[in-house]
Design a protein around this ligand. Structure first.
Ligand SMILES: Cc1ncc(COP(=O)(O)O)c(C=O)c1O
Length: 471
């Protein structure tokens, strides 16, 4: 039996519920059409299995998902990829181990470094001036770091990026394995790749040892639904122990059921639905000159040296029309009722999934064409700072963990040079830390923080133009 059927059976059974959750399966709304599904939100009762020791419907679901993704074993997280990544990292390392990680890793991975008292060695990420985005491209430099850090057993990269840029994951997997290390791929944005031949290779197809996917980001599942896949080389028992340390003891059946439904749907309909949507995009864009010029396809990124591109990311380059992407995002919301995923000074980024249809896609493309036509002559005062690019990674003056626990204070940015950062300072975009906790702030970093702020870019870790430093 699947999780959905087991839940429906229980809901239909008219059982008097003297167990958690406190809503007892009943809506607290007065109207009949409650916005929450209380009836199927249950706890781990007889017949519904246990997430931490699955033997019934949850085990069957995980086995089916493992077979769909063609991996050795699959686990789930009802607390997003954040917890899945942390469990994966902490199970594949021991305290004080080295970990090789790409500098653009998500903050959950930096937080795993704190939790595990790990020593990070960074894989540099290139910011490309032409495309105004970043991704791992120089695989020789990648291999050099792997070779020079023999002690580290685990390598962590992000694939694809938030913007859909894809490195040569098959080569990366090969390099890491040749050096006898485990590869963990943060595929938070790639749970859909496996389901379409028109999309880049998925990490699990290249033999990556651990792959974490936010099912909720690209498949039709509820927020916080994530999967953790492992290969044969990974110590299953340590992964299971660490998941039981970090995961809630009250997993949401709605989230678990939504993972099962989403993966089943993708297996049946995913390829066709994604192809239909990709065809609609291609067909429509050809009729819209402004949107067409702004829309950046796989060909554009490949011509600019990116290995591959996930075409479900709808990237419109707006700076070429003299408009800041953040402004376009705002206008799309205000004038057209369209909410995009994110924007940079150069791009607006929308995610296409199987949840979209012809009407939604045409509405977006038509709106973009109209908006660019109307606003194209406007010059925006926000431009990307000129001195961005690839700042050198600062000296690690103390460990991230020691910096996390150290006493700290906030000071003016102008006084920050030579102090040790007490917070990660990360401009979004590009989302790559300028400086991490425990690293020394250089005059270049200080200048760049100011320039990012002056450009209207959000800089995480800065409050009221002040920087937190270790006292
Ligand atoms: C690259 C990347 N990894 C991991 C995460 C964390 O995923 P979740 O929100 O499912 O915890 C995110 C979230 O935005 C992300 O972008």
């Amino acid at each position: 039996m699947c999780v959905e059927k087991a839940l429906k059976k229980y809901s239909a059974s008219n059982t008097a519920r003297f167990h958690m959750p406190g809503h007892k399966g009943k809506s607290i709304d007065t109207e009949e059409d409650s916005f929450l599904d209380y009836a199927h939100d249950v706890t781990e009762i007889e017949g519904l299995d246990l997430l931490h020791n699955p033997k019934g419907v949850i085990k069957e679901m995980l086995d089916r998902i493992a077979s769909t993704y063609d991996v050795h074993k699959c686990y789930l997280s009802t607390n997003g990829s954040t917890t899945a990544l942390q469990a994966a990292i902490l199970s594949a390392t021991r305290p004080h181990d080295q970990i090789i990680m790409s500098r653009d890793c998500h903050k959950s991975i930096y937080n795993a470094v704190i939790l595990g008292a790990l020593t990070p060695v960074y894989l540099p990420i290139e910011y490309d001036e032409n495309i105004k985005l970043s991704c791992i491209r120089d695989l020789e430099a990648f291999e050099r770091v792997i070779r020079e850090n023999n002690e580290a057993k685990l390598v962590v990269i992000t694939y694809p990026t938030y913007f859909g840029l894809c490195t040569d994951i098959a080569k990366i997997s090969d390099i890491v394995h040749r050096h006898n290390k485990l590869l963990l791929v943060d595929e938070a944005h790639g749970a859909h790749l496996k389901f379409s031949p028109h999309l880049p290779l998925s990490a699990e197809e290249t033999g990556a040892d651990i792959v974490v996917q936010s099912v909720h980001k690209t498949l039709p599942a509820l927020t916080q639904a994530s999967l953790l896949h492992i290969g044969k080389e990974v110590d299953e028992e340590r992964v299971e122990s660490m998941l039981s340390v970090l995961l809630t003891t009250s997993p949401s059946y709605l989230i678990m059921g939504s993972i099962e439904k989403a993966v089943t749907y993708m297996q049946r309909e995913g390829e066709l639905k994604l192809s239909e949507n990709l065809d609609i995009i291609k067909e429509r864009i050809d009729q819209l000159p402004y949107a067409k010029k702004a829309f950046k396809s796989s060909e554009y990124f490949k011509e600019n040296g990116v290995f591959d591109f996930d075409r479900t990311k709808l990237l419109f380059r707006t700076d070429e029309f003299g408009i800041n992407g953040q402004e376009v995002k705002h206008l799309l919301r205000k004038d057209y009722g369209i909410e995009m995923e994110m924007a940079t000074p150069e791009y607006v980024n929308g995610f296409m999934t199987v949840g979209d249809n012809r009407q939604d896609l045409e509405r977006l493309f038509d709106a973009m064409d109209d908006l660019l036509r109307k606003h194209m002559t406007r010059q925006d005062e926000h431009t990307t700072p000129s001195e961005i690019d690839n700042p050198s990674i600062p000296e690690q003056a103390m460990s991230i963990r020691d910096a996390f626990y150290a006493p700290k204070e906030w000071i003016e940015i102008s006084e920050a040079s030579n102090h040790i950062a007490g917070e990660h300072i990360i401009p979004y975009p590009p989302g790559i830390p300028l400086v991490c906790m425990g690293e020394r702030i250089t005059p270049q970093i200080k200048r760049m923080i100011t320039r990012y702020l002056d450009s209207g870019i959000e800089v995480i870790g800065i409050k009221n133009k002040r920087v937190r430093i270790v006292k």
